[in-house]
Structures are given as C-alpha cells and as structure tokens.
Ligand binder design. Structure first.
Ligand code: GLN
Length: 469
C-alpha cells in the first residue's frame, strides 16, 4: 500500500469501502516507521502492540457500520501528551521512565473518536526550542533534506507527517512550536485560540500561553481532527464554553470579499528575501481569488520577543519546580542546558526587586500587544505573515547561539501572548526546502483560518510534493 498519497479523508473513504482494513493500514505505517525513522528520528516510542489492538477494535466497529470521525486512522502524539500506561518523556531524560496513570483529555477524545496511536513523538526537551535539537533523544531530521532541522519544538509531529509515518499528529504551541515545524516540513499546523483545546494532562511549559493543536497534510484533515479535540473541559478552567462550530461547513466558501491584513512589522529587515517572495506570491494568489489586501500596523511587535522571553521563563521556572526528583523525575541533575537557562532566567525575573522591572512590565506590554491585534481585527478579517524569518537551517547551525535560536520565533510568539489562533499552511519551496505562511485570526476564528488556508491549498496543493526518502 502506498501511504504517501493518503490523507485522512481518503483513508476514511477507503476504510469504509473496505479497500483495506485498519489493521492493514496500521501495519503499513508501522512498516514505514521501521524502514524510515532511522533516518528521521521522529519517534521516541513506537506503540506497535497498542496500535494493533486499537486497529483491530476499529475494524470491528467498522464492520458494524460505525462512523466515528477518526475510526481506524493512525495518529501520533508529541511526547508531552500523557498516555495511560505508555511512557511519556517530554523529550527529557528527567522523565525517561515516567509512565502516566491517566490519559490527557485530548488523548481520551482522540481515542473515543476511533484513532489508532502508533507512537509518541520527538520534541525539544520540555518544548523549549525551535529546532528539535534540544531533545535528549537526539535531533529530528527534516524529511525534505536530512541535513536540516525539522523545526521545533514539535519536531517529531511535523516530521512524522512530512515522511508519511502516520496521518495526523498532535503538538503544543507556546511560542510557535506547531507553526514553525509545520512550515519547515511542508505540513499544515494549527495553533488554536488559547483555551480552545484542553491542556489537561499535557506537560506544561508556559501555562498562560500553551495551546494544543494538530499537524496534517491538508487543511480539511486539520479541521476534521480539531472537530474532535476542541471544546470546553471541566479539568481545564481556561477552556470557555464557546460553541464549537462545524469546521467543515465554511471551508469551501472561498476568500472572495474577505479583508486580509498585511502587518508591516512582519516584513522587516532580517526577513529572508526568498521567504518574502513566497509570502508575497501567496498574498497575490488570494487577491486574485477576490480577497482585498489591507496594510495594517502592529506597533508593539518589536517588544514581542523580549516580552515572551520574560513571561515564558517565569512560567517555566514555576512549572518545572515539580520535577524535583521526589514526586517526579530522576533528579535535577538531568535537566539540560536550555531548561537550566530558563529556570534561572525565570527565577530572576520573578525575584523580589526585579519582579516589577521585568515580569510586571512584560505583562503590561503583553496587554499592548493584545490591543494591537484587537485594533487590527476591527479593520480586517484575518492577517497573513511569514511563519519564520528564514528557511529551515542546518543541524548544528544555531545550537551554540541561543539568541539566534530565539529569533526564529519572532513572527510566532505574539499570537501566544495574545491568545489568537494561527494556521501555518505550506506556501512554497526554496532550494528544495519548504516555506509556510501563517494566517492569524481573531479569537475563536479557526473556521475562518481553515477557509482561507483551504482556498490557497486548492490552487497550490503542495501536500502532493512528498520528500524522497
Ligand atoms: N521556540 C520557542 C521557545 O523555545 C517556542 C517553544 C514552544 O512553542 N513550545 O520557547
């Protein structure tokens, strides 16, 4: 079976038409993982036995005519999602032997929707990073060129989609960790509105910024899986009871009449001209389809990275305090350099005498960033910007320079500080390396983001460009 041509939509149809069973489909993916993952390192744990049991159950349900949204579909999870009885490491040796006693809410929902879990995916330890290279389980390689990074921190979830090792993956995005690797790996990646998907049972990074979302090959597939995981959860007090729309409904409506904001502060010096070219041609395409491009300004953008790297470490230092080697974790000595750096930075900005100067000030600027977005969305329906200022970079290129690594997130962190959703959609290739654009919208406008992303994808179905592996 050639899984490289499959999408969730296609596989669902094939399963229904009995072209193959879920066990056969799952085995094809497991074989591919065995064959290819040596080169990519997307998986930390392959759950072969569990997958085959789940696939068998799915086949039984399929034969009874059961019609669950992800019935029999092989998926993978970033290793930050707690999975009952299955090791969950968060990419760190600190949790090398940690076996959770319960499933994250998202995992429960995916299982109830019939999904088949093929494994737990590689990530920067504790989700700190933009390249995947901070993983204690080795870096993930970019399937389009294995000398390059896959992007982080959800490196495994993006690379697993790009190399067709499953049909959908779940990740977390605290400052770009879904959108950036999606862009680097030619995948569709959504960071939903803060609170749209439950964070319960997911290893926390920055609790006021963490968003849970998914990677897929197509926009339609992404809408399909968000339909399963979105919604309020009594175990997560930050998930409001905003109704979950039918995400499939509006997708084919096109962009005619929509106003697309182009934020001037995202087209600055330091933006690779090639990335700019790809973004501009995507904008022209949408204009051709009837959207109006409107220049907008987000004047506080220049402070976003500084604000993010104060607030996030503050929350990280508090969240990581539970891995004290007594309740959880091997011992503090197993924390890597990046986690240590953030614990120190976070403790510093929260300490007496510095709290007002750094943490409080950053929180005030966070409000200004939110106002920038609110103001822009009074004038436009969505905004479009690059995801990353540069193309995927080479393995090792930025590991010695944390600041240059932090700058990869310059266009993604603001939506986390403001809570807005962002969808990364494949937009082109430069020198064989993928480039994505991001579509940013008002809170709870995921349906609109899918609609714009789909309109572009129809014209430019880049998911058909599979890497040579
Ligand atoms: N690269 C950013 C950081 O290192 C974002 C990480 C994330 O979104 N989890 O903090």
């Amino acid at each position: 079976m050639d899984v490289t041509t499959l999408t969730i939509k296609q596989a669902k149809k094939d399963l229904k038409d009995k072209k193959y069973s879920s066990v056969e489909l799952t085995k094809s993916y497991l074989d591919r993982i065995k064959q290819i993952d040596k080169k990519i390192n997307a998986f930390i744990t392959v759950t072969e036995d569990e997958a085959l049991v789940m696939a068998k159950t799915a086949d039984e349900k399929l034969s009874k005519g059961n019609d669950l949204p992800l019935l029999g579909i092989p998926i993978g999870l970033k290793d930050a999602f707690l999975t009952k009885d299955i090791r969950t490491t968060a990419g760190s040796k600190v949790l090398e032997n940690y076996i959770p006693q319960y499933d994250a809410t998202t995992v429960k929902k995916l299982k109830s929707a019939g999904a088949v879990l093929v494994g737990k995916l590689n990530m920067d330890a504790w989700a700190h990073g933009s390249s995947g290279e901070n993983s204690d389980f080795g870096p993930t390689k970019n399937p389009y060129d294995t000398q390059y990074v896959a992007g982080g921190s959800s490196s495994g979830p993006a690379a697993a989609i790009a190399s067709d090792m499953c049909l959908a993956t779940s990740g977390t995005d605290t400052g770009g960790s879904i959108r950036l690797p999606a862009s680097f790996c030619n995948a569709v990646g959504l960071k939903p509105t803060y609170g749209r998907v439950s964070r319960y049972g997911i290893v926390a990074m920055g609790s006021s910024l963490d968003s849970i979302g998914h990677f897929t090959k197509t926009v339609e597939d992404n809408a399909l899986i968000l339909q399963v995981t979105a919604g309020s959860d009594t175990y997560d007090g930050t998930t409001p009871s905003v109704a979950v729309p039918d995400y499939g409904n509006d997708i084919p409506k096109g962009v005619k009449g929509l106003k697309i904001g182009v934020p001037e502060e995202y087209f600055i010096e330091g933006l690779d001209p090639k990335v700019n070219e790809v973004t501009q041609s995507a904008l022209s395409e949408l204009e051709k389809q009837g959207a109006t491009l409107v220049p907008v300004s987000l004047p506080h953008t220049k402070y976003a990275i500084a604000v993010y790297y104060i607030i996030t470490p503050a929350e990280v230092s508090s969240n990581l305090a539970r891995y004290d080697g007594i309740r959880y974790g091997n011992s503090r000595e197993t924390f890597g350099d990046e986690a240590k750096r953030r614990i120190m930075l976070g403790t510093f900005v929260l300490s007496a005498g510095y709290y007002d100067a750094y943490y409080n000030k950053a929180m005030q600027v966070r409000t200004l960033l939110k106002r920038d977005f609110d103001k822009a969305f009074e004038r436009v329906d969505v905004m479009i910007a690059p995801v990353s200022p540069t193309l995927p970079f080479k393995l090792g290129e930025r590991t010695q320079d944390p600041l240059s690594m932090y700058l990869s997130d310059i266009f993604t962190v603001t939506s986390n500080l403001t809570g807005n959703p962002g969808l990364s959609v494949p937009a082109g290739f430069v020198n064989g390396l993928p480039v994505g654009i991001q579509i940013i919208g008002p809170h709870f406008s995921e349906d609109l983001l899918f609609r714009v992303g789909y309109a572009y994808e129809q014209k430019n179905p880049l998911y058909k460009m599979r890497p040579k592996l």
